[in-house]
Design a protein around this ligand. Structure first.
Ligand SMILES: [Fe+2]
Length: 497
C-alpha cells in the first residue's frame, strides 16, 4: 500500500470506528452460534418446512483504513430452519481466504472494497472476496455469493464452509450474486463481469445444468466496464443493463473507490436469445441515464406485431451514491428507485423501446412467486416506505431503511402494505408458496425485521396476498443479527430433511 494511514490497524486495542457504518444498529454483530426453538408470537404454518438462508456483510475486524463502506463486511450467513411449527437459528461466517488470513492476524489486512492497492503487502495477490451478498441453492448444493469473487460452498445443515468452487476450472475469478433459476428446465443462468479481477468490458455468460455442470459458456463485450449486479431472464431471452456505475483502474490504483457514477455515460441494454447465444445479441441505448438496482422478472408477450420482451425491474436515475461517489457532481443525492417496465418489440428494427412506471411507489429488493419466473407474473413484493402509514427511520449506512413491505397486484391495480411498527425495519421479502399447486401469490412472505429500539431481530411471516392483516407469526431472535442483503427459501424435501 502507499502512504495511507492505518490508524486502526496500528492501535493496540480492537475498536470499531464511531461512524454510521459501525455505530448503533449498524454495528457489526460478529456472533456465530445457534438457538434451538426460537420464541414465536402467533403460529408458524405447519406447511412451512424447510430453511430460510440469507447473507449479510458483518465486519469481523475494524477496517484497515479507519473507515469502510457497508458493502465490504465479511459474509455472515443466517439459517432459520422451520420444522412442524418450530424454528431454529444458526449463524456462521463464511470462511473466505480473506476471513481466515485476518482471523489469524487478529486484525484487518485488506483495505478498501475491491481495491488491492490498499491492502497490506503481506496479503499481496490474495483474494479479497467477502462472499457476503446472496445465497444460491442449485444441484443440491448451497453457495455464498459475491460478484467480485468465486462461490463458496456451504454445508446446508451446519453452514460450515466447504471451500471455494470454480466448477472444474470453468469460472475465472468472479461469479454473479444474482443467478436466475429456470423453474421449467431446472437450469441456473449465471454470469460474471470483471472476471479476471480487473475491469474489463467482457461479460461471461454461463448455463449450469440441474446436475451442476457448466453446459454453456460464452463471452460478449459491453460498451464499458460497469457494475452488472443483476440480470433478467425470460423463457427465451437474457437481458443485461450496462449502467454508468463504472470502474477506472487508474483511479483504483490511486486508492479511490472501485466504482464511480458517471452521468456522462449512457445506459445500454443487451438482449441475448437463449438458444442462439451472444452471436445474436442486440443492443439498445436508453434515452435516460438509469441504474438498475434489482430485477423482478422478464417475460414475453405474443401480439399481432410479434414478440415483445418485458423487463420488470427497479430503476433509479442516480447511482448507488450511499456507497460510491458521483464524479460529475459531488453534491448529488441518491434518488429512490421505482418499479419500471421496459418493453422491447423484438420483431421491429427500431432502436427504441418503451419505458413505463410499473409500480407507483418507491421500492427496492423485489420478489415474485419463483414458480412464475421467466413468464408473466401478476404479484410483486418489495421493501418500501410509506409515510402515510408510518414515519421514516433515520438514514443508515446504505440509505433509508424500509419501514414497510409492499405488494402490488397488477391485475387489480392495487397496492397493499404492511407497516413493521415503530423503530422497525423490514428487509428483502421472500415468497414461499402454500404448496406446490397453490395459485400464484397464495403463500407467505418472509422478511427479517430489525427491531432497532430493542437491538434485536425478528423473522416475520405474513400472508402474501393480505399483508395489511399483519403477521401470521413473528419468530423472535434473542439478539441482533446484522442487516443483510439477499436470501432464499429451500424446502425440506430439497434439503433431504
Ligand atoms: Fe443484490
Amino acid at each position: 500500500m502507499n502512504d495511507m494511514t492505518i490508524p486502526f490497524a496500528t492501535a493496540t486495542g480492537l475498536r470499531f470506528p464511531d461512524d454510521i457504518v459501525f455505530r448503533g444498529y449498524a454495528a457489526p454483530s460478529r456472533v456465530e452460534g445457534e438457538v434451538h426453538d426460537l420464541e414465536v408470537e402467533g403460529q408458524i404454518p405447519n406447511e412451512l418446512n424447510g430453511a430460510f438462508y440469507r447473507n449479510s456483510a458483518d465486519h469481523a475486524y475494524p477496517p484497515l483504513l479507519g473507515k469502510d463502506i457497508f458493502l465490504n463486511g465479511d459474509g455472515m450467513v443466517h439459517m432459520v430452519r422451520f420444522e412442524n411449527g418450530h424454528a431454529d437459528l444458526k449463524t456462521r461466517y463464511v470462511r473466505t481466504r480473506k476471513f481466515e488470513l485476518e482471523r489469524k492476524a487478529r486484525r484487518a489486512l485488506f483495505g478498501a472494497y475491491r481495491n488491492p492497492f490498499t491492502d497490506l503487502a503481506e496479503v499481496a495477490g490474495e483474494d479479497n472476496n467477502t462472499a457476503n451478498t446472496s445465497v444460491l441453492w442449485h444441484h443440491g448444493k448451497l453457495y455464498a455469493l459475491k460478484e467480485s469473487g468465486l462461490p463458496y460452498e456451504l454445508d446446508p445443515n451446519t453452514l460450515e464452509t466447504l471451500g471455494e468452487r470454480n466448477f472444474g476450472g470453468k469460472l475465472n475469478r468472479t461469479f454473479t450474486a444474482h443467478p436466475k433459476l429456470d423453474p421449467e428446465t431446472g437450469e441456473c443462468i449465471a454470469f460474471a463481469y470483471n472476471a479476471p479481477g480487473q475491469p474489463t468490458r467482457d461479460i461471461e455468460l454461463y448455463v449450469i445444468s440441474p446436475s451442476g455442470e457448466i453446459t454453456s459458456h460464452e463471452t460478449f463485450q459491453a460498451p464499458y466496464s460497469s457494475m452488472v449486479h443483476d440480470c433478467l431472464v425470460s423463457r427465451n431471452y437474457i437481458a443485461f443493463l450496462v449502467c454508468p456505475m463504472t470502474c477506472d483502474w487508474e483511479r483504483v490504483k490511486k486508492g479511490e473507490p472501485y466504482w464511480h457514477w458517471d452521468s456522462h455515460l449512457k445506459t445500454h441494454v443487451a438482449i441475448i436469445p437463449r438458444k442462439e447465444g451472444v452471436k445474436a445479441i442486440r443492443w439498445y441505448t436508453c434515452p435516460k441515464v438509469a441504474q438498475q438496482t434489482h430485477t423482478f422478472n422478464a417475460w414475453e408477450e405474443q401480439t399481432e406485431a410479434g414478440t415483445t420482451l418485458h423487463l420488470d425491474q427497479f430503476i433509479t436515475e442516480s447511482g448507488w451514491l450511499s456507497q460510491f461517489p458521483d464524479i460529475r457532481d459531488p453534491n448529488a443525492r441518491e434518488k429512490p428507485p421505482f418499479g419500471e417496465r421496459w418493453s422491447f418489440d423484438l420483431d421491429s428494427a427500431s432502436p427504441e423501446f418503451r419505458m413505463q412506471r410499473l409500480i407507483n411507489q418507491i421500492g427496492e429488493m423485489p420478489a415474485i412467486d419463483p414458480r412464475y419466473a421467466m413468464k408473466r407474473a401478476n404479484h410483486f413484493w418489495f421493501g418500501t416506505n410509506n409515510p402515510a402509514i408510518g414515519p421514516m427511520l433515520p438514514w443508515g449506512p446504505k440509505g433509508p431503511p424500509f419501514t414497510c413491505v409492499g405488494h402490488f397486484d397488477e391485475a387489480a391495480n392495487k397496492l397493499n402494505f404492511w407497516y413493521a411498527g415503530p423503530d422497525s425495519a423490514p428487509e428483502e421479502p421472500h415468497f414461499v408458496p402454500r404448496g406446490p399447486d397453490a395459485a400464484e401469490g397464495d403463500g407467505w412472505i418472509l422478511t427479517m425485521v430489525g427491531r432497532r429500539a430493542e437491538n434485536r431481530t425478528d423473522l416475520v411471516i405474513l400472508d402474501a396476498l393480505h399483508l395489511d392483516r399483519g403477521p401470521v407469526a413473528v419468530v423472535k431472535f434473542p439478539y441482533r443479527v446484522h442487516e443483510g442483503f439477499h436470501g432464499i427459501w429451500v424446502g425440506a424435501q430439497a434439503l433431504g430433511w
